[in-house]
Design a binder for this molecule. Sequence first.
Ligand code: NAD
Length: 518
Amino acid sequence: MSAATSEIRALTASAFRTPQKFTDFCRNGGKPLGGIIDNEQVAGSMNATFQTIDPGSLEVLATVSEMGEAEVALAVAAAERAFHGNGGSSWRNAPVEERIELVNRLVELCERDRDVLLACEIRDGGKVSELAEGDFTQIRACAEYFIGVARRIAMGDGPSMQVAEGVQGFTYREPWGVVAGIIPWNYPIVLTSWFMFPALLAGNTILIKPAEDTPLSALYIGKLAQEAGFPPGVINVLPGRGEITGNCIAENSGVRFISFTGSPGVGQAILRACDRHGTRMKREMGGNGSAIVLADADPEVVARKVGRYTNQHYGQTCCTIHRVFVDRKIADDFIDAQRAFFNSLKIGYQADAGTQLGAVINPTQRRRILQAQQETVARGATPLLAGGEAQVAGKTGFYLKPALYRTEPGLNVNPAEVFHTYATICPVSSAEEALQLANSSPYGLGASVWTKNIDRGVALAKQLRDGTCQVNCHNSIAYGLPYGGQGISGGPGGGVNCEETFLDYTQVKAVYVADYPA
Ligand code: NAD
């Protein structure tokens, strides 16, 4: 995701050099990197490990211990102790300024080790450096925003009211307790920040479950949190596969609240598990973003913009554009310009200068994308750029070519998220037809209208069935505005990056107090 104003060129401008500190961290003195529980590195009782690789070169970066049921239970117990305070000071009752001080210290340490965290995003996450650098800035931006919110929102007793003769009532707002963040691989630093800062500042103790493809940044942040002085048990990091570690978190009733970001299918499964034992949940899930291009738009300028947003992190961005509806009057010019833009993207190793389109994250994603390309044609789309595998000299990563298709209204050629530089372009006869087609998806995360007529654009954008509706921009985020999904893309929960997000990490009780009976 990008800040609304930033211009994503999706580029590694100059070659990225991996810092020695990152390599040393990954080596961990020859031992697998353990999870972090109660401020200790934990190897894991299953003796299971997994390797995390650079998707562009297939180099093994680190071996990581997988956390099982026992470690999840240990982490929940540690987080509960830290929340309630074991006879000593508790995180829940720590003054907000004390929490803020620790958060600020953590942000400073992240900035001290910026190059290590950039290496996590670029090498482990496969990102071009421009995007990784943009993501890195979100650590401070997110922390500062939620520090402001934490100072504004009153926890504890709300105003009291007389509810009956001799009976007073008031609300009491408190943190949940142990809260888990289940994070996907595509924006590890950003999404860890979006979870961690509001949850901690509201007074919860946390478990971070990074994706198995990108565990390094969360483990490094966990290490920095120890150095910052967070008390044991406040921040725990549990690496492992979703079906093992993630599932154990979902099944542990000691976890009072889960913040999940990932695919709708997994989010639905976790919600069902949570519901069985009363754990609350918020979900931020996938999208199948659309762009509506009106007849007054300049086809070349807009095709380039739309192309950039389609290619942000090689299309591995939840709100990215996969479906374009363009007025028939300009469709041919738009298609020519978009094809030229896609063709101009430099496919290469993500840490090499000039790369705009790097490798996808893992072989499963590569297979899914190739299948989706075939499926698009089988459903009736005409390939303009057929996609398929790409070769990068001297590298053996998961490289794919961009894919672009022409389609017609009535052909539902891309019903599901494809997660690559992939788009279908559908010529339409009116903005209303475009709106109806854009809204026909079960997803509802991000959509945009492109036009010189801002008033018309705004009027159409408001009718989009998406959590983020944009005019002449896409993939937008801003602290203070909710980022969430409609349809199968999100909820329950008020989205991320707004006051509602902070409130999601709290619960409100009603307290009634009657005079002692005569
Ligand atoms: P995923 O759903 O496969 O995995 C997400 C996380 O859930 C990972 O940590 C994974 O280990 C864990 N997990 C998997 N199975 C689990 C289970 N059975 N129980 C508990 N945890 C489990 O998603 P992904 O492939 O890692 O990420 C890509 C998806 O995330 C895309 O759909 C993308 O659109 C979405 N996404 C959404 C947002 C948003 O803000 N809405 C942001 C980024 C990514």
